[in-house]
Design a protein around this ligand. Structure first.
Ligand SMILES: Cc1cc2nc3c(=O)[nH]c(=O)nc-3n(C[C@H](O)[C@H](O)[C@H](O)COP(=O)(O)OP(=O)(O)OC[C@H]3O[C@@H](n4cnc5c(N)ncnc54)[C@H](O)[C@@H]3O)c2cc1C
Length: 467
């Protein structure tokens, strides 16, 4: 046995022979051009894997983890690579383990209100299957057409519906995972309630591939709401928009989604699309409610009344998917339109306590002005989860350092308000250096201890922990 401090630094010819025998044919990728794709994710960070393996069965995963533990070979689990923080990037070396061929929906059960799936199933494809049985899997990261359930669980993905329905964590009933050494863990199960022992299933949620490789997930389902309706309202000030949002909650309405866009985000969308709001708009709210078709028109009327004291400049309503779609398209366009503000961006996803959102957004905007970079804020207002996008020109060293300084002041203000440096994207490698700004020594030591129990040699996704 090698010592726990000496992870392998490259694959030997014997290692490659082992991988060839375990992953015949296209199961093993060693061609650099193909491997490069598996070395990058949506954080725009990349590193060349030592090799890429694509298991088709749990047995292969067990053999791989048994071998990797005894040879101290680092493994980096990966799904679709849509992660925004470099969680699937083999930045510290290793073999990338793709879950794309572990992609079967094993069971959708309308009586148990649960489903069993392999981790590589694409989230939107799974949702479409559940809807056919009038069942509902609410987590809706904006990447749902291109990301997987396994990646969503490993990052605890959130989305617009989190304000009413919660995040991925709230829908994970069970996780089956393979640990280093080939140990199989079955945490949780199909029961919606379970208080026997520690909640190991939830411990895997948000673990970023550092504790084990998932091979099966048991997910909770809800009855599918009959329909939905949407309101888009524009406001003369950010404070008015945020007071409108407060008014909605105070009226006793819990929207399915409560999104906002600040003045820069609205301006950017207006550069690529005809927008319905007037020029003086400083912020836009987009709200969705769901329920029975009979009740939705009344819900829309309630929303309008609740928003009225905040003096919207204009208000548009959509009843049913066809009428709602053009309103939501405007919200979805923020991300691509943002590049009208600058060719490069640092995209942060801080979250603050709901009551601090005005102070946070005004502070972030002021920080952008101070550093001379463009800052657009938008996102999941209902959860206090604000996407702070800092636009700059990376080819200019001065702008690069000002953007970096702006990001750090954004983190400092967020933490001073009792918030978190990541509401949904995770820390990975891009925010790894800032974890100690948020987590104390005691908490980091506990997390390192837990990691050590699951992965004593540190072979799983090295460098992506929290210590
Ligand atoms: C356009 C766009 C919009 C986005 N919108 C949102 C959003 O609204 N909300 C949100 O939360 N995120 C969002 N994201 C980020 C991203 O989509 C999520 O983090 C997603 O959950 C990653 O899924 P993936 O399948 O691409 O996983 P990957 O990026 O491949 O991997 C993510 C993490 O999961 C681990 N992992 C993967 N498979 C396994 C496995 N089988 N076992 C153990 N660990 C594993 C990896 O090691 C890595 O740490 C967005 C990204 C993009 C590009």
């Amino acid at each position: 046995m090698k010592s726990s401090t000496s992870l392998a630094t490259a694959l030997t010819p014997a290692h490659l022979r082992f991988l060839e025998s375990l992953f015949p044919g296209e199961g093993l990728v060693t061609d650099p051009t193909q491997m490069a794709v598996y070395g990058a994710d949506s954080s725009r960070r990349s590193a060349m894997p030592w090799a890429v393996v694509r298991p088709r069965t749990e047995e292969q995963v067990v053999e791989l983890l048994t071998w990797a533990e005894s040879e101290r070979v680092p493994l980096v689990p990966r799904a679709r690579g849509t992660g925004m923080s470099g969680g699937a990037v083999p930045a510290f070396g290793g073999v990338v383990v793709s879950s794309l061929w572990l992609n079967c929906v094993l069971d959708i059960d309308a009586d148990d209100f649960c489903a069993e799936v392999e981790p590589g199933v694409v989230t939107a494809e799974f949702q479409a299957l559940t809807q056919k049985q009038k069942l509902f899997y609410p987590p809706d990261p904006a990447s749902l057409k291109i990301s997987t359930l396994g990646g969503n669980v490993a990052t605890c993905a959130g989305g617009m519906r989190a304000v009413k329905y919660g995040v991925t964590r709230d829908y994970v009933l069970g996780v089956r995972a393979v640990l280093p050494g080939g140990r199989i863990v079955n945490a949780g199960g199909r029961s919606h309630k379970n208080v026997v022992g520690l909640d190991l299933a939830r411990l895997f949620v948000g673990s970023c591939g550092t504790l084990g490789i998932f091979t099966k997930l048991t997910l909770k389902l809800l009855p599918l709401p009959e329909g939905s309706a949407t309101v888009l309202a524009a406001f003369p000030t950010l404070a008015d928009a945020l007071s409108g949002a407060r008014g909605v909650f105070r009226a006793g309405i819990l929207p399915t989604a409560m999104e906002f866009m600040d003045a820069k985000a609205c301006w950017a969308v207006g550069q690529i699309k005809d927008v319905p709001w007037p020029k003086e708009t400083q912020a836009v709210l987009v709200l969705k409610v769901d329920g029975s078709n009979a009740s939705l028109a009344a819900e829309l009327a309630r929303l309008e009344v609740a928003l009225a004291p905040a003096h919207p400049l204009c208000l548009f309503k959509g009843l049913g998917a066809q009428e709602e779609e053009p309103l939501w398209e405007l919200r979805r366009l923020v991300s691509p339109a943002g590049f009208r503000l600058g060719p490069d961006k640092l995209g942060e996803d801080v979250a603050v306590p709901r009551g601090s959102t005005v102070q946070a957004v005004e502070g972030f905007q002021a920080m952008g002005a101070e550093q001379g970079v463009q800052v657009a804020c938008y996102g999941h207002l209902g959860d206090g989860n604000i996407h702070v996008n800092i636009f700059y020109d990376a080819s200019d060293a001065d702008q690069r350092s000002r953007a970096q300084a702006c990001k750090e002041t954004v983190f400092r203000l967020t933490l001073s308000l009792g918030g978190t440096i990541s509401g949904e994207h995770g820390t990975g490698i891009t925010k790894g250096p800032y974890v100690s700004w948020q987590l104390g020594e005691e908490e980091r030591a506990l997390m390192a201890g837990i990691k050590n129990v699951f992965d004593p040699s540190g072979i799983l996704n090295p460098g992506k922990g929290w210590s």
